[in-house]
Design a protein around this ligand. Structure first.
Ligand code: HNI
Length: 144
């Protein structure tokens, strides 16, 4: 996996300044797309009363995930340490297969590109892609 350079980190921080505050809007589209385009992800949410992509539960979960990503931006220098508790939760309690972290990362990239077409330059794209890969790796840390 490619590591984030100091420049990548600054690019992520600068782009995230635009994203801050829009976690719920971004997150609900991320969750909706993930559930529609990769329906295998629905297995983890079978306890929801309503598993449809535009349910209030999907919206809430999307906001939760994107707020956690915003928090991860502040921990960009130590994602493995910063996301340890979340990793334990996904590994031992939720038992989410780590391949799903790639799926959600892809959906986040798609939504960011749609919502911020001008700011989402190739340079931002590659920095956010690397950052999300590092977040996924940190979340998978407790699986071994
Ligand atoms: Ni995830 C709960 C963050 C990817 C399935 N998830 C959370 C919570 C956070 C979170 C925060 C709430 C924790 C708490 O209650 O203490 N999840 C993240 C992040 C990513 C991610 C930052 C990746 C970027 N989670 C995924 C993926 C799946 C997933 C890819 C499955 C496809 N997460 C869950 C499930 C829950 C969850 C299931 C519990 C939700 C519920 O309704 O009980």
């Amino acid at each position: 996996m490619t590591t984030l350079s100091a420049k990548d980190k600054n690019t992520v921080r600068a782009f995230w300044a635009k994203v801050a505050g829009a976690e719920e809007v971004i997150g609900s589209d991320v969750l909706a797309r993930m559930l529609v385009v990769y329906p295998q992800t629905k297995t983890y949410f079978s306890h929801w009363k309503d598993m449809s992509p535009n349910s209030s539960m999907a919206k809430k979960q999307g906001a939760t995930v994107m707020s956690a990503i915003s928090d991860a931006v502040t921990k960009i220098d130590d994602l493995k340490g910063g996301l340890l508790t979340l990793s334990e939760l996904h590994a031992f309690t939720l038992r989410v297969d780590p391949s799903n972290f790639k799926i959600i990362s892809h959906n986040i990239l798609v939504v960011l590109a749609i919502m911020y077409p001008d700011a989402f330059t190739p340079e931002v794209h590659v920095a956010i892609d690397k950052f999300l890969a590092a977040v996924g790796l940190a979340l998978a840390e407790k699986y071994r």
